[in-house]
Write a protein that binds this ligand. Structure first.
Ligand code: PLP
Length: 243
């Protein structure tokens, strides 16, 4: 499986987390680094964006080296990086692509600038199999207020779906309530609810871990709903300290 993402020097999120998840799930990780970030848990101290030609070269070489069963895309940072990734992806539909639309770190650092965000929506959304926003990300991507309630969230999911991905997974971890409900909005007007008890703990890198675990499931041939359910169980274990 290929991970296209940025490093996090604190080890909590990004590529560092992704590789750990794939190791736990016994899936080989190929990687293309989009940026090097200097972070602690409380701040993003510096970001170095890898030159687009080096990103393209990494993706092409990874696809040459091994069969890629799925691709996970995390932090992109800039428009130039989004373009480099779009230009290097294998032909549509050949490989499932999971996009975690990383916008800001939980410490508040901007991880995708405004031009990059526009490019991600225009150029990358139509190419991906699944996009995995949380509630604040879904709202930010649509320039709307965060949805309150499941119906409003589903409507946002449908608006994101109209931008091109095959399915949208809306992560309910930032909502209130005793249950954590993720909503898988599909192109056939079907919405699956993926429900678990709410774990009160928080951790860095839960979004990265979920997207990587979904991609690992898809790479192993799991159908989309099963891959999302298994990935959620993985993240719940991680929050409970069992991973
Ligand atoms: N840093 C990098 C490099 C990331 O890729 C991501 C998320 O994907 C984050 C930070 C954000 O993680 P957190 O919300 O745990 O800060």
């Amino acid at each position: 499986m290929l991970v296209i993402a940025a490093t996090d020097s604190s080890g909590g999120a990004g590529l560092t987390r992704d590789v750990r998840v794939l190791t736990d799930l016994s899936v080989d990780a190929l990687c293309a680094v989009t940026a090097v970030t200097a972070q602690s848990d409380s701040r993003v101290a510096a970001v170095y964006h890898i030159p687009p030609e080096v990103i393209r070269a990494q993706i092409l070489a990874a696809c040459e080296a091994r069969r890629v069963g799925a691709i996970k895309i995390g932090m992109l940072g800039t428009r130039a990086t989004v373009e480099a990734v779009v230009q290097s992806l294998p032909p549509s539909a050949a490989v499932p692509i999971v996009l975690d639309p990383v916008l800001v770190s939980s410490s508040g650092g901007v991880l995708l600038d405004a031009e990059g965000r526009a490019a991600m929506l225009e150029r990358l959304f139509p190419r991906v199999t699944i996009v995995t926003p949380n509630v604040p990300e879904a709202a930010a991507l649509l320039n709307e207020k965060p949805a309150t309630g499941e119906d409003a969230l589903i409507r946002q999911g449908q608006r994101l779906l109209a931008l091109g991905p095959q399915v949208v997974l809306l992560k309910g971890g930032h909502s209130e309530g005793e249950e954590a409900v993720d909503l898988l909005v599909t192109g056939h007007g079907i919405v699956h609810r993926i429900v678990s008890a709410r774990v009160r703990a928080t951790s860095r890198g839960t979004g990265c871990a979920l997207a990587s675990a979904i991609a690992a499931g898809l790479a192993s041939g799991a159908p989309m709903l099963a891959a999302c359910q298994q990935a959620k169980r993985y993240v719940m274990d991680m929050l409970r300290g069992a991973r």
